[in-house]
Design a protein around this ligand. Structure first.
Ligand SMILES: Cc1cc2nc3c(=O)[nH]c(=O)nc-3n(C[C@H](O)[C@H](O)[C@H](O)COP(=O)(O)O)c2cc1C
Length: 220
C-alpha cells in the first residue's frame, strides 16, 4: 500500500507539470502609444533577434488575439459572428523567460495556457511553411486555428466566410499589439495545413501563423 502511494506520488509529480495550466499575468488595459501611431508604424517584420519574450508580453499578445474583454457576456477582443468563437489559438514557444519551450493552447476563459506538447518545434513549423525563416527565428509563434462547425452549424456554408473574416480581425489585433509593445510580426498564410495540424496534434484547421519577436532591424 505504501509502495503504491509512493508510486502514485512520483507519477503525479512527474506528470503534473506537463498537464498543469500556466496562469498568465493579467493584461494591461493601458498602452503607452497612441493607436494612430501604432497603425501608422505597423509593418510586416520578417527578421528577428533571438531575444526572449517575457510572460507579460506573451500574455498581452494572446489577450489581444482572443482575450475576454467583457466577462459578463464572455465577449472577446476580436468580433465573432454570432459570438460563436470558432478559433483556437496556440502558442509555439521557442525562447521565453519563465516558460519552457513547447506547444501551448491559449484558454481565454481563465487567461491561461495548457501544455499540448513539450519541446521547441519552430524548425518543424518552418519546414511545414515553405521554409519561411521568420518562423524559426522568432522566439514565439502564434497559430490561429478554426473549428468551422461552431460557425457553419449556425450559419450554414456562409459561416466559412465568417470564420476567415474573424481570422483577419484577430490577426490585425496581434499586429497592432505587437507594434504597441515595440515588437514585430508577419501574417503567414503560406503553409501546409496537414503538416501544421499534425505538428500541433490538433483536429482544428490552421489558418494563420504569426511569428513575434524583436525586429532585427531595431537592434542593428
Ligand atoms: C492573408 C495573408 C497572407 C500572408 N502570407 C504571408 C506569408 O506566407 N509570408 C510572408 O512573408 N508574408 C505574408 N503576408 C504578409 C504580406 O506580405 C504583407 O502584409 C504585405 O507585404 C504588406 O506589407 P505590410 O504588412 O508591412 O503592410 C501575408 C498577408 C496576408 C494578409
Amino acid at each position: 500500500m505504501k509502495g503504491f502511494f509512493v508510486l502514485f506520488l512520483l507519477v503525479f509529480l512527474f506528470i503534473s507539470p506537463m498537464v498543469g495550466a500556466v496562469e498568465l499575468p493579467s493584461p494591461s488595459l493601458e498602452g503607452e502609444v497612441d493607436l494612430e501611431k501604432v497603425i501608422s508604424n505597423r509593418r510586416s517584420i520578417r527578421e528577428f533577434s533571438d531575444e526572449p519574450l517575457t510572460l507579460n508580453q506573451i500574455s498581452q499578445l494572446l489577450w489581444a488575439a482572443q482575450g475576454i474583454t467583457d466577462p459578463d457576456n464572455n465577449f472577446r477582443s476580436a468580433p465573432s459572428a454570432g459570438a460563436l468563437y470558432p478559433m483556437e489559438v496556440f502558442l509555439i514557444l521557442g525562447n521565453a523567460e519563465e516558460l519552457d519551450a513547447g506547444v501551448y493552447r491559449y484558454k481565454p476563459e481563465d487567461h491561461s495556457l495548457e501544455i499540448v506538447k513539450e519541446g521547441d518545434i519552430r524548425g518543424d513549423l518552418r519546414r511545414a511553411s515553405l521554409g519561411q525563416r521568420a518562423i524559426e527565428q522568432a522566439p514565439i509563434n502564434i497559430v490561429i486555428t478554426a473549428e468551422y462547425t461552431r460557425t457553419t452549424g449556425h450559419y450554414g456554408a456562409r459561416g466559412e466566410r465568417y470564420v476567415h473574416m474573424e481570422a483577419g480581425h484577430i490577426g490585425q489585433n496581434i499586429y497592432l499589439q505587437a507594434a504597441a509593445l515595440g515588437l514585430g510580426t508577419v501574417a503567414i498564410g503560406a503553409f501546409n495545413d496537414g503538416d501544421v495540424a499534425s505538428l500541433l496534434d490538433i483536429e482544428y484547421n490552421p489558418l494563420y501563423i504569426f511569428p513575434v519577436g524583436y525586429s532585427q532591424e531595431f537592434n542593428d
